[in-house]
Design a protein around this ligand. Structure first.
Ligand SMILES: O=c1ccn([C@@H]2O[C@H](COP(=O)(O)OP(=O)(O)O[C@H]3O[C@H](CO)[C@@H](O)[C@H](O)[C@H]3O)[C@@H](O)[C@H]2O)c(=O)[nH]1
Length: 465
């Protein structure tokens, strides 16, 4: 039997990191019949049902092994979620070493292991690749611009003497026509520079020069200048946009689609905050007020409110996330809202089939937390966005979507109350959704995203990049 070329993939914990890597693996084995992909998965506990459902429907040339779960007691308490991901991979390195050694030394192996592909949060895997003389590739699940910022971080760290938060400067991303305000930097960078969170994040990007290549879930039409500038010193493969073909979550599917089928073309604003984003009760009320004020149709995925507008930042903050709770999120809406908007909108709890909604003809706008997965999905289906970043690198994505790609608007936060007011919500909804305004900002956004939709389709076509 002919030996297959084997690639081992090492994701970091988190569905949004696993899904793009799995979709990439599927494309590799589809286009290269002699390839085999083996997932070696660091874990911090038993896999979730969603993880199992993804892994149990893999095609024949992909298999997976869970590495022995690391002991949560071995991690410091209340660490930032990024540090938790980094440490989970770090503590799994001995079992990863074992697993790779077994593959390489097994006389029965039908596969010839040649390369390791791993997540940005797993760059310590480089050491294992070097030990076994394997090729090493990082798979970046966010934008080229966010990656360029991170690659520049070690240099920035050497040149800045104060805390980032103490400076009011903006920072240019080399060759990207974009400057970021410090407050838009990824979360770990905003922690004190002597903090473990910052140091472990910085460490990831000090090692990139050692890898054989960087695979980015982006495409040239979208981030031409940034990708080009990276190519000067790294092997860069922009393989995107890689998105799921259909939503993994089937919750509320028929309800949403049946409702959308009855609505006019491009008339519905879809509102969703990714796999874990939550808002305060006060912010939910302001959005509800803004929706009523705007009069536009909406489909809103609502979660039980949290104390702060974000998801669990810290590993110890809640074992059971808000969207898994038995509490009914709809009861947190303003009194009478559902009755008053029964012809205007649909509110569904916790999760919805995002791919099916974004690809539906009735959807005309997306109010999103700007996770890179959601941003790419919106680009692929040509849906202009309202940016509502919450955590991680989402503020940076929001700045990129508005200032560089010019496919989104970002509502202003009321400085006094530190909240986005209902009137402001209604203002940005009108920009995105009002198809009748000629020469408007919304028209420009819709034209621009249509161009990028075509570029995205070309990138993943037979002759694409
Ligand atoms: O009700 C829902 C909510 C989400 N999704 C899907 O879940 C994914 C969400 O991914 P993403 O938009 O990337 O958001 P997060 O899950 O929040 O992603 C994390 O990982 C991303 C990739 O690294 C980062 O860009 C984000 O900031 C980080 O929060 C998308 O495919 C959605 O289609 C659904 O199908 N239904």
């Amino acid at each position: 039997m002919e030996q297959k070329v084997c690639i081992a993939m090492v994701p970091c914990p988190g569905l949004s990191h696993l899904i793009p890597l799995v979709e990439f693996a599927k494309l590799l084995v589809l286009h290269h019949k002699n390839f085999h992909v083996k997932f070696l998965i660091p874990t911090l506990g038993p896999p979730t049902p969603s993880t199992n459902s993804i892994l149990n429907s893999l095609p024949p040339n992909i298999d997976f092994t869970f590495l022995p779960p690391i002991n949560i007691q071995d991690l410091p308490p209340n660490i930032h979620i990024s540090t938790q991901m980094i440490l989970t991979v770090k503590h799994s390195l001995p079992s990863l070493y074992q697993a790779i050694n077994t593959i390489l030394t097994s006389s029965q192996s039908k596969n010839n292991l040649v390369a390791l592909v791993f997540d940005v949060f797993s760059t310590d895997v480089i050491d294992i690749a070097k030990k076994f003389n394997l090729l090493s590739y990082v798979f970046a699940t966010s934008s080229a611009i966010a990656l360029q910022f991170c690659l520049n971080l070690p240099k920035l760290d050497e040149t800045i003497s104060s805390e980032f938060m103490d400076t009011t400067k903006t920072f240019d991303i080399p060759n990207s026509k974009v400057s970021f305000k410090v407050k838009d930097f990824p979360d770990p960078v905003l922690f004190g520079r002597s903090s473990k969170t910052y140091k472990s994040f910085l460490h990831l990007f000090q090692r990139f020069s050692l890898v054989d290549g960087i695979i980015i879930n982006s495409f040239k039409d979208l981030e031409q200048d940034t990708i080009k500038s990276m190519e000067d010193f790294l092997n860069v493969y922009p393989v995107g946009p890689i998105i799921q073909k259909e939503s993994k979550s089937k919750e509320n599917e028929s309800k949403c689609i049946t409702w959308l089928n009855k609505m006019p073309q491009k008339s519905v604003l879809f509102i969703s905050f990714g796999s874990g984003g939550t808002l305060t009760n006060e912010q939910i009320n302001e959005i509800a007020f803004g929706l009523e004020l705007s009069g536009f149709n909406f489909l809103w995925v609502l979660r039980v409110p949290s104390k702060h507008s974000n998801s669990a930042y810290f590993s110890g903050s809640s074992q059971k996330s808000n969207h898994d709770s038995d509490d009914d999120p709809l009861k947190y809406l303003p009194l009478g809202f559902l009755e008053r908007t029964k012809d205007q909108g649909l509110v569904v709890p916790s999760r919805a089939p995002q791919i099916e909604i974004l690809s539906h003809g009735s959807t005309g706008g997306f109010l999103t937390h700007c996770g890179w997965g959601s941003s790419l999905e919106s680009l692929v289906y040509g849906v202009p966005m309202i940016c509502w970043p919450l955590f991680a690198e989402q503020r940076m994505n929001a700045a990129t979507l508005t200032d560089v790609f010019k496919v989104a608007v970002r509502p202003k936060i009321d400085e006094e109350d530190e909240i986005i007011k209902g009137e402001e919500v209604a203002r940005v909804i009108k920009i995105i959704m009002d198809q009748n305004l000629r020469d408007s900002e919304g028209l420009q956004l819709r034209r621009r995203i249509e161009d990028l939709r075509v570029g995205a389709a070309a990138a993943v076509s037979e002759d694409g990049s």
